[in-house]
Design a protein around this ligand. Structure first.
Ligand SMILES: *[C@@H]1O[C@H](CO)[C@@H](O)[C@H](O)[C@H]1NC(C)=O
Ligand SMILES: *[C@@H]1O[C@H](CO)[C@@H](O)[C@H](O)[C@H]1NC(C)=O
Ligand SMILES: *[C@@H]1O[C@H](CO)[C@@H](O)[C@H](O)[C@H]1NC(C)=O
Ligand SMILES: *[C@@H]1O[C@H](CO)[C@@H](O)[C@H](O)[C@H]1NC(C)=O
Length: 614
């Protein structure tokens, strides 16, 4: 219970900070009736109802009261928000761009997008009467989500380590197992397993006690063999393929078990050894990389001419540049405004992008040759992919047929196989900016990739709303399987022209995502096999996603939809691409939109030293 105490301390501190702002609050230890109302309101909310009961309980406990008088503004459209509210009493009006949307009364939750990440409010909420609210802020919410996830994970790990059957398993396998285990509750007298019945499930008792009984052959009466308690397990033979139960297990009082079924177990055990995608880097290649490195280290910024602009964004721009003394050698130079990086707190992202890209030698990932910096900008000298962005081609064509989509999906699968084998999750898959077509290959570019190591999880909320996996929305921590989710989304978007989960605003999109892929009606043009693969990639439970099972990406490569696809040809570059971008020379930028001059000169930012390894 150590965690819980720390957690409470955290939340109490938040309460104190806020009571200091609003000195007229009633005591934060509210009446049970209010708690019940908050609880019900949360269960009634499309997003919050997806949280686990224990998490909802902690959120309810951490909420503090806020009062507003009549005609006061609670949330203002466009402001940065960090609080979510539950209304206990009163009435409010919701408007967007001065237009009235609705009024809301007691028992409603609002402002919930703000607890997911730092964002601006999408509507204005004003009071019509005096209102009584309960609030919780993002930091407190995320601490609860993360802690409860971590506590549970640690508990499960402890259990698994205490089971002799699992003694020889690696830490990584145990990590995966503890993700796949499900908690199940039983009431007094309930049969957990019944003698003679078929079963394929293994149980570990996490709370309570059970009676193990066996039928006496003579009297047919059950005879008590033994009692079992917390930490004991049963049904392990089912994991080895024996189906018939040899005893009864009956719950005494209320019992909680962690449960794994044989299929999940088989998919996980033995699967993790074959991370054998390391054939990419042999000695010969190493020599080549060293020579390349030596060449680029000798260059200076002044050795390049700018030819044209390939892309523009808030971060800066991408220019096509050419070596002054070697016209045919062109590169994409990403020029990032340091001021903007600091303002948006992206220093870590940028450094991580640099390290990952510099180390990535894969035909399906854009090469980063070297970086430069001066007082205003960071420069990343990259391979020029003059075929243009996948997004531009998709926009022009509306959607792709099966074989075109297969080719591009195959390229992304190869890039993922390479990255995941190095313990990197990509996290930013989408047809815009991140994926570029080179002469005949699709390459992925970076932004949000993060090195997490094998079987570890990360908790940063990021990605494009339409491509975000449910575990990211629910703050459960995520790993490489989030990439396979987004691969399913990409496939769907390439085949149909728009992603499967969309909403008028990010929160609506998230709620549609949480409802799951099975609620989506696939257009007729998506073939059965394609739909089957998409659904297998977009499973709610990350552990069940194709690509994340025992055989890794091989399961995707062997899927029916890829039947007959020339994976070898794709890797070697001999496979004819379905779309051949027209690139006439090393300086041809006709596959890119044209961009205006960037007249916004950023102020210098070079005194903090965060850019030391650029
Ligand atoms: C949230 O974003 C705003 C503007 O983008 C920024 O000013 C603010 O510091 C951010 N807050 C946090 C906690 O990151
Ligand atoms: C664990 O490995 C050892 C040595 O390899 C072996 O003797 C033992 O039977 C294994 N234990 C289990 C539970 O599989
Ligand atoms: C469990 O076994 C004990 C001892 O025989 C017995 O008193 C109790 O009723 C049993 N409980 C259940 C639910 O079978
Ligand atoms: C390339 O040019 C040819 C001939 O002008 C045209 O038929 C083809 O569609 C072009 N390819 C692309 C990807 O635009």
């Amino acid at each position: 219970m150590k965690y819980f105490i720390e957690l409470m301390k955290n939340c109490v501190e938040t309460v104190l900070v806020f009571t200091a702002f609003f000195p007229f609050f009633p005591c934060p230890f509210e009446l049970p009736r209010s708690k019940e109302l908050i609880h019900d309101a949360i269960l009634d909310n499309d997003f919050m109802k997806n949280l686990e009961l224990s998490q909802i309980q902690e959120i309810v406990d951490c909420m503090y009261p806020v009062d507003y008088g009549e005609d006061a503004c609670i949330i203002k459209e466009g402001d940065v928000g960090s609080l979510v509210y539950v209304m206990e009493e009163g009435k409010v009006e919701v408007t967007k761009e001065e237009m009235k949307l609705c009024t809301m009364g007691p028992g409603r939750v609002f402002g919930e997008l703000a607890i997911l990440y730092n964002c601006t409010r999408t509507a204005t909420v004003r009071t019509l009467t005096h209102v009584k609210l309960w609030a919780i802020d993002r930091q407190c919410f995320q601490t609860i989500m993360m802690r409860t996830g971590l506590i549970k994970h640690a508990e499960y790990m402890d259990f698994l380590k205490s089971v002799p059957t699992f003694k020889n398993l690696t830490e990584e396998t145990l990590n995966k197992l503890s993700d796949v285990m499900e908690e199940t509750h039983y009431d007094d007298g309930e049969f957990i397993i019944r003698q003679g019945a078929m079963g394929d499930t293994f149980f570990i008792i996490s709370k309570g006690m059970v009676n193990v009984t066996q039928e006496d052959p003579a009297s047919h009466e059950p005879v008590l063999l033994r009692e079992m308690t917390r930490g004991d397990w049963f049904g392990e033979r089912a994991l080895q393929g024996e189906d018939v139960r040899t005893a009864n297990v009956v719950a005494v009082d209320s019992v909680t078990c962690l449960v794994i079924d044989r299929d999940s177990f088989k998919h996980l055990i033995g699967g993790l050894e074959d991370v054998s995608n390391k054939g990419y880097e042999d000695a010969e290649l190493k020599a080549k990389y060293e020579a390349e490195n030596a060449f680029f280290s000798s260059l200076k910024l002044t050795d390049f001419n700018i030819i044209d602009t390939l892309g523009v964004g808030g971060f800066g721009r991408v220019e096509l540049v050419q070596l002054k003394n070697e016209d045919a050698k062109t590169f994409a130079m990403k020029i990032l405004k340091k001021r903007h990086i600091v303002d948006t707190r992206q220093q870590e992202h940028i450094r991580s992008e640099k390290h990952i890209m510099t180390d990535a030698h894969c035909d399906f990932i854009v090469r980063l040759y070297r970086t430069f910096k001066d007082s205003k900008y960071l420069y990343m000298l990259m391979e020029a992919c003059l075929g243009g962005e996948l997004w531009t081609i998709l926009r022009d064509r509306g959607s792709f047929d099966d074989s075109t989509t297969r080719f591009y999906t195959g390229c992304v699968v190869e890039a993922f196989a390479y990255l995941h084998a190095k313990g990197i999750i990509y996290r930013d898959l989408k047809p815009e900016t991140s994926s570029w077509t080179a002469y005949h290959k699709l390459k992925v570019d970076f932004g949000f990739a993060k090195k997490i190591g094998y079987c570890k999880k990360t908790w940063t909320f990021c990605g494009t709303p339409e491509y975000v996996a449910p575990e990211i929305i629910l703050n459960k921590g995520h790993d490489v399987s989030a990439d396979y989710w987004s691969l399913g989304i990409l496939m769907y978007e390439l085949l149909t022209g728009s992603p499967p989960f969309t909403g008028l605003d990010p929160m609506k999109t998230y709620n549609v995502i949480l409802r799951g892929i099975d609620m989506i009606e696939f257009p007729k043009k998506v073939t059965k096999n394609a739909a089957n693969l998409i659904k297998k990639l977009c499973r709610d439970n990350p552990i069940e996603r194709l690509g994340n099972l025992k055989n890794g990406v091989k399961d995707i490569q062997k899927h029916k939809w890829f039947e007959g696809f020339n994976w070898e040809g794709l890797k070697k570059g001999t496979l004819t691409p379905p779309i051949s971008p027209n690139v006439s020379s090393a300086t041809d930028t006709s596959n890119f939109d044209s961009f205006p001059e960037d007249t916004d000169e950023p102020p210098p930012d070079d005194n903090s030293g965060w850019d030391y390894d650029f």
